[in-house]
Design a protein. Structure first.
Lengths: 186, 186
DNA sequence: CGTAACTTGCACGTCGCTGTGCAAGTTAGT
DNA sequence: ACTAACTTGCACAGCGACGTGCAAGTTACG
């Protein structure tokens, strides 16, 4: 399970053998726990997505901008799962499934974007489009930060800054927000 | 060739059969032109990347911010090729090849970012990191715009705004720049 | 017409991955 | 020591995609 996350994060098309080896097992042994490859991946992605979705929906802060930054922050905390989830949300046999699980998260994000209109979030781009861009930007930064083996602190901050940038804040305002909000320093 | 671009854009792992059909040929006939599947993809990606790279490096405007917007704009003009190129630059057997071809482009982008420091480009993020983020953001927007079948004008504008946002401009300044610069209206 | 280039259809072998069957081995719990 | 759960190794069949060989057909050009 854990092994699958690691391996599939490296190569989403990795064979069952690679996963088994990573788990310290034989390919044959895996079939004792899962009916087939898809069942394994399904199980993993569903669990992971559920955890992430729950964590993101739970974000609740009076200021919309802080909520946005917190979303980026929590995503970073679950990078591995997030990257897989977002990957599987686009291609693969689980698109629907994952999309369904992400619905409340996306709704929450959209609400936050709308809510932020009076706090500096740009309105020149339709809210739903902007929400998608913010989501995409977060994932993209996560990818980049992972690829360059960025430190936890740097990655988190970068994710927050990028999300706020796409949301429409200028650099100065974003840095001020991140530095002066206690919840964003945790 | 053209067919390969279309098909692989839908599914990067598409079989040779699908490509042949799209081209109005038989799988067998393709082997009359290319030694094997890899040769075909290689040829296509190399040609495409070369074109794009050339177009992007040729961008030359006194204002760095305009250069950034132009990069996004030209990328949008070559969406299909760009998406494939960026995809192949990360995974697949051509990583090195593509990365090599993109080197001058990335250097140009990095120079532009550095150059923009005095024109509103954020400096709180290291220039090389920021350059990567801008590149990633552009691709991400292209993907999103393609997925939602956005109109040419909308897609182009969105790409420009997103790139400028990540570069550190606030929404108002970005819109002003895009609207008031003749080169960005073309 | 004749020829050269190209395409087609079909057959075939190969490769890599999947999923299963079975006998034998290991490990943990009682 | 006995059992139950789990693992291993190996063998096998299936599937899909690749790459090739060959005979027959089409098309363009002289």
């Amino acid at each position: 399970m854990e092994a699958a996350r690691v391996v599939l994060n490296r190569d989403p098309d990795a064979g069952l053998d690679a996963i088994a080896v990573e788990a310290g097992l034989t390919r044959r042994a895996v079939y004792g726990h899962f009916a087939n490859r898809d069942a394994l991946v399904q199980e993993m992605v569903v669990r992971g997505t559920a955890r992430v979705a729950e964590a993101l929906v739970a974000i609740d802060h009076p200021q919309p901008l802080v909520r946005l930054a917190l979303i980026a922050s929590r995503m970073w905390r679950e990078v591995d799962t997030m990257r897989l989830t977002s990957l599987l949300a686009v291609r693969g046999p689980f698109q629907e499934q994952v999309a369904e699980q992400l619905r409340p998260v996306r709704r929450h994000l959209l609400d936050t974007v709308r809510d932020g209109a009076r706090h500096g979030v740009r309105t020149d781009i339709p809210a739903d489009t902007l929400a998608r861009l913010i989501e995409g930007a977060a994932i993209m930064v996560l990818d980049e930060a992972t690829r360059t083996r960025m430190s936890a602190a740097s990655g988190r901050r970068l994710a927050m800054l990028a999300v706020l940038a796409v949301a429409g804040l200028d650099a100065a305002a974003a840095n001020r927000l991140v530095d002066e909000t206690p919840e964003l320093r945790a």
